[in-house]
Design a protein around this ligand. Structure first.
Ligand code: HEM
Length: 374
């Protein structure tokens, strides 16, 4: 009797496992087919601005200011995102001497040209927290004394990135609804705005979870991506900054105690200020091929590197230096990076970049005014 019961249970479990496997594989197959048909080219190589974007942007600015104030704790007003810096360092950005003609655009016009720059490394969160907490890590570069009329700002050309290749929303409308839900504390439900499964953004939830990653060994040992697209003269591009092996002495940072709140600053200090070893990166661009699914208006989609490989346009050297002083940290806090601090040849494009223009300007002005009043 007992034996028959066991055999029956075994058969039942076997069938259940098989059923789960078939349903799982079927779901995966349907998903793969759906994305293969949805994510296929050609795409537009122009911006397509949906109606109502300006109004949504105003709502996002109001929410962002509320969040900044909510995390103030009687201190200076910090940035609305990437509030915590690991340091601002001086750097040199050298345009490749043998840059091909078609890539000689904007600040990369003159092969061999060396720009002086500031680089700010940061955690992505809206308020400072321990570096061991899962988060995105930011890198913002400001080239100094760049001649020519800018879209915004004065003499700078900025590059603003973080270390994931895609963003967790596609456009301004989704950012508005997601951000509003997150501000209410609904971090996961923000991706499930209604009962209709067609409104569920499971792929975007997975991107958000992947973006909140453990800290790298050091801020100079991870790859930073523009995520959003930009003009590059006649081309549409995304850009990224990758740690470079060549041109810099080999360096293995000593292991850090990850329970220390600011170990990313400590490891940068150890390399640049104590061991006096430079850090090197390459700045690369990826040109859009609109015959394939490389959209301008969807930052949740990665452009396929097999079709559009990244090409190096400049090298970045961060020389040994003493950066961790109260004066320099305050100076760093007061800097404003904005993708629209740019030459027209490097104009930001796509909805998320149009949104960033208004938001970064408003939030930077707000924190500077509030801090000056103290
Ligand atoms: C392509 C996607 C994005 C990337 C790569 C990115 C990256 C960054 C980085 C690295 C910083 C810090 C810059 C610094 O060191 O000062 C920053 C700041 C900021 N980001 Fe983003 N971000 C993106 C999208 C957005 C969006 C969609 C919003 C909101 C609408 C936003 C809001 C902000 C704000 C408010 C600041 C602080 C501005 C200031 O006070 O100066 N970001 N972002």
């Amino acid at each position: 009797m007992l034996k028959r019961l066991w055999l029956w249970l075994g058969r039942l479990l076997g069938r259940l496992t098989l059923l789960l496997l078939v349903v799982g594989l079927g779901g995966w197959g349907i998903g793969a087919l759906y994305y293969a048909s949805k994510f296929s080219g050609p795409v537009s190589s122009e911006e397509e601005i949906p109606p109502g974007e300006a109004e949504l942007t105003r709502g996002i600015i109001d929410d962002a200011i509320r969040i900044v104030e909510a995390h103030r704790d009687n201190t200076r007003v910090l940035r609305g995102a990437h509030a915590k810096a690991h340091g601002c360092v001086r750097a040199e950005v050298s345009v490749l001497a043998d840059l091909p003609g078609t890539l000689r655009q904007g600040v990369f016009r003159d092969p061999g040209k060396i720009w002086q720059a500031w680089v700010r490394f940061s955690n992505g969160n809206a308020y400072p927290q321990f570096d061991r907490v899962r988060d995105a890590r930011g890198m913002a570069i400001k080239l100094l004394d760049v001649p020519g009329e800018k879209l915004l700002g004065e003499s700078e050309q900025d590059f603003v990135m973080f270390n994931n290749s895609v963003f967790f929303v596609r456009d301004v409308a989704e950012y508005r609804s997601n951000f509003a839900a997150q501000a209410e504390g609904n971090r996961i439900l923000a991706f499930f705005p209604g009962w209709d499964p067609r409104s569920w953004e499971i792929r975007h939830l997975l991107i958000a979870l992947r973006t909140l990653a453990p800290a790298p060994e050091s801020p100079v040992r991870t790859t930073y991506n523009s995520i959003a697209p930009f003009k590059f003269g006649p081309h549409n591009i995304k850009y990224r900054v990758v740690p470079a092996e060549s041109g810099c002495p080999a360096y293995e940072p000593p292991e850090q105690n990850r329970d220390m709140p600011n170990f990313l600053r400590s490891t940068l200090y150890r390399q640049l200020s104590l061991d006096r070893v430079p850090a090197c990166f390459e700045l690369q661009v990826q040109r859009q091929n609109p015959e394939h699914y490389m959209p301008i208006e969807d930052t949740s989609v990665e452009w396929d590197e097999d079709i559009a490989p990244f090409e190096t346009v400049a090298r970045i050297t961060i020389p040994p230096q003493d950066f961790d002083t109260p004066e320099q940290n305050l100076f760093c806090d007061n800097l404003s990076f904005n993708p629209w601090h740019a030459l027209p040849e490097h104009r930001p494009i796509g909805g998320i970049n149009r949104l960033r223009k208004a938001v970064y300007e408003a939030l930077s002005t707000y924190r500077h005014e509030r801090n000056a009043a103290r």
